[in-house]
Design a binder for this molecule. Structure first.
Ligand code: NAD
Length: 367
């Protein structure tokens, strides 16, 4: 019998249902309680998903049965909430970004390390069949030595669909802090850490007007760059480029492509768990699809389950605080490189997370 880990969730907003669906895929996890600064939201979600307790934040943190607390608050509250979770003696797993800046992120890692607790962070989409298959293509040597990569996330912002879109245009928002983590985490998982970056960033529209049904007509002042282009030097010697934009109506660029000495790979959307992996080696006439080596029938919360296995067995977890901190360092560095007109050498690094084993039983992450 699996030794279950009880989970509490703080933040019962838009992304909450996706987590409930994903967390309940795993036999090791039990969602025991939820909390929100707006207690009525927690009560409504507890009823909707049949969760035993709807608490205030302090009640949830005082419940001794809870081992991991998942932080699904808005980016501006991530560090503060993660620090109180750690102070309560519980492992913390949060939505991206880890924090608003390096100082806050470093405080989180230091607090966890001092207390012997684990910190994890979204995204965990890189644990899905799409990116894990791409990783296997690289590890198996199919495209040879890694030369370069390109990544592009370009759309026209979330104010057309999100019920509370303001946070996307405040510190901690913008396309790089919001969507960059999916692309950068996937790239680091595939190609290893990054040692130096430069970038250019701009605010293309100083004001946005929401058209989502909840906030139609709301004027939002834009505080952060909404078009960010970056260049990365990987520690391995490969070169990467990335665009993140909330200012683009349409485009035909690949989401992620990786170029090796023996061939090229088209990597599926790093915001999803599946998708098509395409490879074209130097001697092939066309792209061919690679059958997924890992399951794509998993969802958000897989990183929490991986952390639960790590707590029970003592092994490393994959969607780790160190990985999220390296991503945060990169995102801040692209913006600093742009405002200062320079390259930025990163002070952080991370060990590439272990690839997931092939052939895992559904609902488990360790073979
Ligand atoms: N909405 C999406 O599609 C989506 C997708 C992936 C990731 N995310 C990430 O998930 C996080 C949450 O996004 P969302 O869309 O659910 O936002 P949301 O605004 O819909 O919900 C956030 C919830 O957190 C609560 N909250 C805020 N500050 C709090 C605090 N200090 N203490 C307790 N509760 C607090 C709010 O009351 C609200 O219920 C963000 O980091 C976002 O980037 C969202």
């Amino acid at each position: 019998m699996v030794d279950k880990v009880n989970v509490g969730i703080i933040g019962c907003g838009n992304i909450f249902p996706a987590y409930m669906k994903g967390l309940r895929n795993y036999e090791i996890l039990e969602v025991a309680a939820v909390a929100d600064m707006d207690l009525s939201r927690a009560q409504a979600r507890a009823k909707e998903f049949n969760i035993p307790h709807a608490y205030s934040v302090s009640e949830l943190l005082a419940d001794p049965s809870i081992e991991i607390v998942v932080n699904l608050t808005v980016p501006q509250a991530h560090a503060e909430v993660t620090l109180v979770i750690l102070n309560a003696g519980k492992h913390a797993y949060g939505e991206k970004p880890l924090a608003l800046n390096r100082d806050e992120g470093a405080q989180i890692l230091a607090s966890a390390s001092a207390k012997g607790l684990l910190v994890g962070s979204a995204p965990d989409t890189f644990l899905g069949g799409g990116i894990q298959t791409a990783r296997k293509v690289i590890d198996d040597g199919l495209i040879g030595r890694l030369i370069a990569a390109t990544a592009c996330m370009a759309g026209h912002g979330p104010e057309s669909w999100h019920p509370n879109p303001e946070f996307y245009y405040k510190l901690g928002g913008g396309p790089m802090f919001d969507m960059g983590p999916y692309y950068l985490t996937a790239l680091i998982n595939l190609m290893g850490p990054i040692k130096r970056v430069t970038g250019s960033a701009q605010i293309s529209f100083p004001e946005r007007i929401a058209t989502s049904k909840e906030k139609n007509g709301l004027k939002i002042t834009v505080d952060v760059p909404t078009y960010v282009a970056g260049i990365m030097d990987f520690a391995s010697g490969a070169v990467g480029t990335i665009i993140t934009s909330f200012d683009t109506w349409s485009h035909n660029l690949p989401l992620i492509e990786i170029y090796g000495s023996e061939g090229s790979m088209n990597v599926p959307d790093p915001n999803n768990f599946g998708g098509k992996v395409l490879v074209r080696r130097w001697d092939e006439k066309d792209w061919r699809e690679i059958k997924l080596s890992h399951s794509d029938e998993i969802g958000r919360g897989t990183g929490v389950a991986d952390m639960a296995y790590a707590i029970r067995s003592g092994r490393a977890h994959r969607a780790s605080g160190q990985l999220a901190f390296h991503v945060l360092d990169l995102m801040q560095s692209f913006h600093e490189a742009s405002s200062q007109g320079t390259h930025v050498t990163l002070t952080s690094t991370v060990v590439q997370p272990a690839a997931l084993p092939v052939g895992l039983k559904k609902g488990t992450l360790d073979s």
